[in-house]
Design a protein around this ligand. Structure first.
Ligand code: ADP
Length: 390
């Protein structure tokens, strides 16, 4: 399937032949596997039928012997064979059921593994404090992914409540991993994560996630109407509440312009609109803590500018952690942690960090350079001059 989604890239690199060969090898492996499974199942079926037939032959020989000896009548033989059929039919269907259950178990194995993996975290804590302020403290946290990758190394940090904290770092530094740990999608192998002084292990996972809003890079829009998508975080929301949330996310007017309004298909919306639907969903859920993981990364400049207002609105009065490659969003943060290769290398406020002449300065300068700020400034200057001349 993924190969079909990537067809444009494959064609643009002229890699059709290579990809076709890879597919051929894959298909051949699949066919070989299937052949092997078939072979085994034919041998097994053959053995089963053979044993059954041997049983019948044995009974016929036995009954023939008894008849010859004079212990049995012809009627008794018929009776025996009928009896044998009556017994062997249920045994055969028991076999069939066993085979089917086995097949089902094979297909369901991975599914059960996923369910069980989730359980390990679900059962770990029961604490539900009456009020969450949203102060996170991480103490010597180390985290390895199941494949052994050491993604977080000795992380010590404090996320202050009602403040905006930015995580800055190159791709692969471990920023998203850190957010996944704070949302309890994973547990750290060592160290401690405290939320308002309570160990995250002790906290009820559902309760924690009820208080956290997650806005990701790719808009998480589901098949369904705009209304369904907005009230995903609060299924019993009234129409008024939904409209209020949409207004706060600056999307209400645009929804009204659609032919079917709130009943339109949400997947038909543009990227920027979908992201605002996701923000409206957050307003409705109204969590005290918000994680924004590159919320504008997949949007164009106009859409980014348009959703800036909704993002600023959702940040008000909450604990916010933002991962972003946008200069304006990083400067807006109250405090910044800089990550590199799974560790925190610098932290502080913007100006303070910039003066340290370290990783933050390098990243910040690179971002500014990629914007070509000199030319942008010149463009604005020229425009100003032209206006004064005219
Ligand atoms: P960032 O958000 O800073 O770009 P991530 O937290 O996504 O970085 O990734 C940190 C490191 O962990 C990367 O080297 C990445 O390849 C690795 N990683 C991310 N997710 C997984 C995973 N599910 N399994 C194994 N390694 C992963």
């Amino acid at each position: 399937m993924s190969i079909i989604n990537s067809i444009t890239v494959i064609k643009s690199f002229n890699r059709e032949k290579v990809e076709a060969e890879k597919q051929l090898i894959l298909q051949k492996q699949l066919t070989d596997n299937q052949m092997y499974t078939r072979q085994i199942s034919f041998v097994f079926d053959g053995l089963k039928t053979f044993t059954e037939q041997i049983g019948i032959v044995f009974i016929i020989i036995l009954t023939a012997y008894f008849v010859l000896v004079g212990d049995m009548s012809i009627g008794m033989i018929m009776f025996h064979i009928l009896l044998f059929n009556n017994v062997s039919a249920p045994i055969r269907s028991l076999h069939r059921i066993y085979d089917e259950v086995n097949d089902a178990m094979i297909y369901a194995e991975s599914f059960f593994q996923i369910l069980q993996a989730d359980d390990e975290i679900e059962d770990s804590g029961q604490q539900k404090p009456a009020h969450l302020r949203g102060k996170f403290e991480l103490k010597q946290v180390d985290f390895y992914y199941p494949n052994g990758h050491h993604a977080l190394k000795n992380i010590n940090m404090v996320i202050q409540p009602n403040k905006i904290t930015a995580l800055v770092g190159l791709s692969g530094a471990g920023k998203s991993t850190l957010i996944s740990l704070l949302d309890k999608f994973y547990l750290p192998q060592s160290g401690q994560i405290l939320m308002d002084g309570i160990d995250l292990n002790q906290m009820d996972t559902q309760y924690l996630r009820d208080h956290i809003g997650l806005v990701l890079q790719k808009n998480h829009i589901f098949q369904g109407t705009i209304q369904d998508n907005i009230c995903y975080g609060k299924m019993d929301a009234t129409e008024e509440e939904i409209i209020r949330a949409a207004k706060k996310a600056s999307i209400h007017e645009q929804i009204l312009k659609l032919p079917k309004g709130y009943q339109s298909d949400a997947l038909q919306l543009s990227g920027g609109q979908q992201q605002r639907i996701a923000i409206a969903r957050m307003f409705l859920k109204n969590p005290p803590i918000i994680f924004l993981d590159e919320p504008t990364a997949s949007l164009d400049a106009i859409a980014t500018e348009q959703i800036k207002h909704s993002l600023d609105e959702i940040k008000q009065g909450r604990t916010v952690i933002i991962i972003s490659h946008s200069l304006s969003q990083i400067i807006d943060a109250d405090y910044t942690y800089v990550m590199q290769d799974g560790a925190i290398v610098e932290h502080g406020e913007h100006y303070q960090l910039y003066q340290q002449q370290g990783v933050y300065k390098d990243i910040f300068d690179a971002m500014a350079k990629s914007l070509n700020i000199d030319k942008i400034a010149k463009t604005f200057d020229n425009e100003g001059e032209e206006e004064t001349h005219s």
